[in-house]
Structures are given as structure tokens and as C-alpha cells.
Design a protein around this ligand. Structure first.
Ligand code: DC
Length: 211
């Protein structure tokens, strides 16, 4: 049976993860969250007191890293890690390392399972030939409200105007960076995730039925 890869791209806090989990659970796809890889690397660098500007040290650190774990962890979702992840994501050598890890993981596991992979450049760069590409569209105010609630729920102190400002800044970084900027991938279906999740599920279900 032909194994399928579905890609999900979209800006910060657009609900990519929730949509990927929905597909993963309902259609038994394995879920790979590429943001986890950027966040885990960011966390490791913070622990080593390596600053994002010090790309020579980051390069050296990556060279001795054999692999990076794909395991999701709620503790990687703090604002400090989010900011560091978006800063190191501008480096081509960081993206190369993470893209190679993703491709290797999928190559080794695609025989056994379909995959849904979410991130910022998955349909546009990493898996250009995916069977279905989705791009998640949500306005920035809705995204800020959702991220604020997420942070409050996980016990982090949080101020809504600051979250909105951070989201705008991260969008700017994600969309304007030279390496693999966030774009709507060629051939992607746009999912409107501004309203209830039931409405989002309807859009997804229709596309999945046509696969
Ligand atoms: O999706 P996320 O918020 O967990 O991603 C964390 C950061 O990693 C985000 O600021 C941008 C970066 N990222 C990326 O550049 N490319 C990806 N495929 C996934 C994440």
C-alpha cells in the first residue's frame, strides 16, 4: 500500500498541532511536530549558555549532536524557548540539520505508517511531493488569544498585549527570513481555523475523504 505524507504549515499558534493530532487519531497517521526539534535544540543551547548570535558555537554544538529526539514535551512550550527557537531557525545550517533528521526519521518509518508532519516549511521545502498539503489560516488576534489561554493553562504568567506583540514579531521573523520563509506551499489547500474546531474538522474530513 502506498504510504501517505500530509504536511501542515502555518504561523505560530494557528492550531497546526491540534489539526495534526486530529488527523493522527482519526486516520491512524504518525504525527511529527517539526517545531519540537527547533524547540529542543533551542532548549539545549539555553542550558549550555550559548547565545543565538554565537553561530560558531551553535555550529560546533550541532556537529557533536548525533540525533535529536522527536518526543513532544510541554516544558518546551515556554515563551523563552519559543523566542530562541525562532531566532536559531534563521540559520541555514540549523535548518539543514533538522531537515535531515526529519527525512531520516520518515525514511526509516514510512514503510510502517502514514505520516502527518507540521511546521513552517514542510510542504514548501522538506516534503514538496507530499500527497496533501495544508496551510492553516488564522488572524493574529485569534492566535494571540489562543496562545494566551494555553500559557495560562500551563501555569505561565502571561499578558495578552505582550503575547500579541510577540506573535506579530514571530510572524515577521518566520515570513521574512532568507532561509525557508513561511509561505503558502505550492498546491496547498487553505484551512480556515478562525472559527469553531468543528468547522475546521469538516474542512479536513472532506479533504481526507478525497485522498
Ligand atoms: O511550531 P512551533 O511554534 O513549535 O515552532 C517553534 C519555532 O521553530 C518557530 O518560531 C519557527 C521554528 N520552526 C521553523 O522555522 N520551521 C519549522 N518547520 C518548524 C518550526
Amino acid at each position: 500500500m502506498k504510504k501517505i505524507i500530509i504536511t501542515i504549515d502555518g504561523p505560530a499558534a494557528s492550531g497546526k498541532g491540534r489539526i495534526a493530532k486530529y488527523i493522527s487519531k482519526k486516520w491512524k497517521y504518525k504525527h511529527l511536530d517539526s517545531g519540537v526539534l527547533y524547540r529542543r535544540l533551542a532548549h539545549k543551547l539555553i542550558k549550555k549558555h550559548i547565545y543565538y548570535q554565537d553561530f560558531i558555537k551553535i555550529k560546533k554544538y550541532i556537529k557533536q549532536l548525533k540525533d535529536i529526539s522527536f518526543r513532544p514535551n510541554k516544558r518546551l512550550r515556554t515563551e523563552i524557548i519559543s523566542k530562541m527557537a525562532s531566532k536559531i531557525a534563521i540559520y541555514e545550517f540549523v535548518r539543514d540539520f533538522i531537515n535531515k533528521s526529519q527525512k531520516k526519521f520518515i525514511r526509516e518509518n514510512l514503510k510502517h505508517s502514514h505520516f502527518v508532519v507540521d511546521g513552517r516549511d514542510i510542504g514548501s521545502v522538506v516534503f514538496k511531493n507530499a500527497s496533501l498539503k495544508l496551510y492553516i489560516d488564522v488572524n493574529e488576534k485569534n492566535r494571540a488569544k489562543r496562545r494566551y489561554k494555553q500559557l495560562i493553562d500551563t501555569g505561565e504568567k502571561s499578558i495578552y498585549p505582550q503575547i500579541l506583540k510577540d506573535i506579530k514579531l514571530r510572524d515577521k521573523k518566520d515570513k521574512n527570513r532568507k532561509q525557508s520563509p513561511l509561505v503558502i506551499p505550492k498546491g496547498a489547500m487553505i484551512i480556515n481555523n478562525n472559527n469553531s474546531f468543528d468547522e475546521t474538522k469538516d474542512q479536513i474530513d472532506k479533504l481526507m475523504c478525497d485522498l
